[in-house]
Design a protein around this ligand. Structure first.
Ligand code: ACO
Length: 449
């Protein structure tokens, strides 16, 4: 898009006239320009338009960034058409079956699966940094009891920069030198903060982490133990939680991760950047969808509908089928396949009969055979079943998105690290097509009508 001399926006005649092995030739008016093609390690291609504005005065227009590669990244590979997700090259199906959240977190952050020694060191760091600064508990006291857990998590993540300023200098070189500790803090404390939020919202005493517990067991202990009674976390619950977190560990350049990178690109520290990710994740079109799915299923259940009416409304554009559709997956979200199966197994093992699972299965079946959903390539995403699983292990609905944030922490840390360690990194600063008023003179207040 550009402007004609009268200022009106029109679509310029820009034609991609041919591609050559390593170049693309673009015809803009009478001018022919050559741009290089960038090829990723899985063969995905992009036209490198970085010199477009300097050479032509034009920018690329891509609202919502659906067609924009904002960076190079070596963390996660997704092929949305084929339904493929890999962390550092490892298929999500293999990690879900054989790994656990902490090992996968290490892989995402450091790029390789840890040796036994590296794994032990990482676990020790997480254990050491599980408690929060005692004065931070006062911070919780000053927030309303019914504050949304995502609002609190964002605030507390940012507050870590106040309590640990040596790890949050906003000098990327220094912050990278201390990243092992800062990353362990973010990853470990995010679950402590979550548990304290839950306890305080219910007027319950804060439960401190235990050194002998593993990551997920420790979280459940801080959530559900009491000073007079220890909560014994059943292994099946710890496994389910591990799986939920592992499946959320990273997902390339989604809204929250892009926000983390955006903030990091200005030189900001890890905690500030992750706080931005938490805020972006909160929205119902992103991490908030897992709450919205349960609300939707509850609503359907309460009205006695089996889901058919809801599907009709979604097709008429009156509502959205939450937990369905994805910007990148135009095939089954591989995480949804894994979690759908795990959800069924968990409920069976715990002997829970949840009518919402029946409605979800019915909705999925109906939607997958309906032309509206087939034509738009709308499949269940990871949020469709994760809420039912979290409900089954006792996580309250208003904390679902916080659970997503705990899971996504390794991805945010790894993406922050990538931005901070890029020697050629520039501040992220997209451009825009201005559609406001053209220049006009100031009008004094008595002349305005
Ligand atoms: N229910 C019904 N129709 C839908 C849905 C849905 N869940 N999602 C998309 N559509 C329709 C749109 O109305 C549109 O139809 P049209 O072409 O007739 O206008 C078409 O499918 C394309 O939709 P877009 O909104 O353009 O797709 P986009 O890629 O921008 O959005 C998104 C993706 C936000 C995930 C969307 O599918 C959605 O709102 N889903 C429900 C919310 C959700 O589950 N979010 C979680 C995403 S996964 C995650 O963050 C972990």
């Amino acid at each position: 898009m550009c402007r004609d001399p009268s200022g009106a926006i029109f679509r310029a005649r820009v034609r991609l006239i041919r591609t050559m092995p390593n170049n693309v030739v673009l015809k803009l008016g009478e001018k022919e320009l050559t741009f290089p093609v960038v090829v990723g390690s899985e063969g995905e291609k992009a036209v490198d338009f970085r010199s477009l504005r300097a050479e032509t005065g034009h920018i690329t227009y891509d609202e919502g960034y659906g067609n924009t590669g904002s960076c190079e990244s070596a963390i996660t590979y997704i092929d949305g058409e084929a339904g493929i997700l890999r962390y550092r090259g490892y298929p999500i199906e293999q990690l879900a079956e054989k790994s656990d959240f902490i090992e996968t977190a290490y892989l995402v952050i450091y790029g390789e699966l840890p040796t036994a020694e590296q794994r032990a060191r990482f676990s020790a760091l997480l254990t050491e940094h599980a408690p929060i600064h005692e004065r931070m508990v006062y911070l919780f006291e000053s927030y309303p009891r019914d504050a949304h857990p995502m609002a609190l998590l964002g605030a507390m993540m940012n507050a870590l920069s106040c309590y640990y300023p040596a790890l949050a200098t906003n000098d990327h070189k220094r912050d990278l030198e201390n990243l092992d500790v800062a990353a362990a803090m973010a990853l470990s404390k995010v679950r402590t903060i979550t548990a304290i939020t839950y306890r305080m919202s219910r007027g319950l005493p804060v439960i401190y982490p235990k050194r002998s517990f593993k990551y997920c067991e420790n979280f459940m202990h801080m959530m559900f133990s009491d000073p007079y009674e220890h909560f014994e976390c059943p292994p099946v619950v710890a496994r389910a939680l591990n799986l939920i977190l592992l499946l959320h560990a990273d997902h390339e350049q989604n809204c929250s991760t892009s926000s983390v990178r955006m903030v990091a690109s200005s030189g900001a520290n890890l905690f500030a950047s992750c706080a931005a990710g938490i805020c972006a994740l909160w929205g119902p079109l992103h991490g908030g969808a897992n709450m919205a799915v349960i609300q939707m299923l509850d609503e359907i259940h309460a009205t006695g509908d089996d889901g058919s009416r809801f599907i009709a409304n979604a097709k008429a554009g009156k509502s959205r089928l939450m937990g369905f559709g994805h910007r990148v997956y135009k095939n089954y979200d591989p995480r949804a396949k894994i979690i759908g199966k795990a959800c069924e197994e968990l409920l069976n093992t715990l002997g829970i009969k949840d009518p919402l699972l029946d409605i979800a299965r019915h909705l999925e079946k109906a939607a997958l055979s309906d032309s509206y959903f087939i034509e738009r390539k709308l499949y269940p995403n990871v949020d469709f079943y994760s809420g039912i699983m979290m409900r089954a292990i006792g996580i309250p609905i208003n904390m679902f998105t916080v659970m997503f944030a705990i899971g996504r922490m390794p991805g945010w840390i790894a993406n922050w690290k990538e931005v901070a360690s890029n020697p050629k990194g520039r501040i992220y600063r997209p451009r825009q097509i201005y559609t406001g008023k053209t220049v006009r003179d100031y009008v004094p207040v008595d002349k305005r009508g």
